[in-house]
Design a protein around this ligand. Structure first.
Ligand code: URA
Length: 295
């Protein structure tokens, strides 16, 4: 990626990293090596490796952030809570048969939990329905509730900058969804029961999209996809697997990172989020590179 590439955001890479709270000294190792040794040194890196380059006079230090994909944890999908209208099993089965139009309609009309009472509109998701990348957040905030699109407020601007930093753009090979489709009043964290009630919609979105990688932004998203599986700190750096009930032979790698709204409040963790993004890119490369045949 060149420094002058606008990424559809109107910002250069340097500005994007600045938006993420990362100075331009954070570079992928391949770029650091290219800078020092020319293009001939560039082979696709087998792992996500970050380089921290100092100023022009300082030596370049290279840190390996991730050696390899770590232990894969397989978790059952989160349990489904009962809905107001249908027994949970019937409702789950009904949702599992919906196409995109049916899903949008069902979500818009949903009254299965109390979040419907104060929403302006339900927010299904946005992006490429055949995307390889699926990012999942918590739930709509006030701006998303008004506009009907996820991540359009300040956290969304940071998410767009994070996407651009790994050469992604909202809507292009990326789909963005939330754990719950209706705004929790006062932007509170959705409750576990609300997340569970909304989970069949998220599962249907995953089944329709069939992404190659799922990135869970924050605890609510992790709860929705992986169940209640510990603190965010304990989940970061691990690779989980998601298996759709109807397509159980296909495991989709899942990783957990910080929610952009948290990062806006906790600047010191932005560097860790950058590590997670680099690892996500490594996992995507692994998921989309055909395994080499034995000689
Ligand atoms: N935070 C989220 O988790 N999702 C949104 O859509 C907006 C803010």
């Amino acid at each position: 990626m060149s420094d002058g590439n606008p990424h559809g955001t109107g910002l250069t890479r340097r500005q994007l990293l600045h938006e993420m709270g990362l100075s331009s000294q954070w570079r992928l190792r391949e770029q650091a090596l290219a800078g020092r040794a020319g293009k001939a040194a560039l082979a696709p890196p087998p792992t996500a490796i970050l380089a921290v380059a100092g100023d022009a006079t300082a030596a370049v230090e290279v840190f390996e952030v991730v050696e390899a994909v770590e232990a894969v944890e397989v978790l059952a999908p989160a349990p489904v809570a009962s809905s107001a209208a249908l027994p949970a099993v019937d409702r789950e089965q009904q949702i599992a048969r919906l196409d995109w139009d049916g899903l949008r309609h069902s979500v818009a009309e949903c009254r299965a939990c109390g979040l419907c009472e104060e929403r302006r509109q339900a927010v299904l998701g946005v992006g490429d329905r055949r995307a390889e990348w699926l990012f999942i957040g918590e739930g709509p905030g006030v701006e998303e509730d008004a506009r009907g699109e996820p991540f359009v407020g300040p956290a969304g601007q940071l998410l767009d900058a994070m996407l651009a930093a790994i050469d992604l753009q909202r809507g292009e090979n990326v789909y963005i969804a939330n754990a719950v489709k209706c705004r929790p009043p006062g932007n509170r964290t959705p409750e576990s029961a609300e997340i569970a009630t909304c989970a069949p919609y998220l599962r249907r979105q995953i089944a329709l999209i069939q992404p190659r990688l799922i990135v869970l932004l924050g605890r609510a998203a992790a709860n929705a996809v992986l169940g209640d599986s510990g603190s965010l700190a304990s989940m970061r750096g691990k690779t989980f697997e998601y298996r759709d009930a109807d397509n159980a032979e296909t495991a989709i790698p899942v990783l957990v990172s910080y929610h952009p709204a948290y990062l806006l409040r906790t600047l010191q963790d932005k560097a860790k989020a950058w590590e997670d993004l680099c690892r996500a890119r490594m996992l995507m490369r692994a998921a989309t590179t055909p395994a080499s045949l034995p000689a």
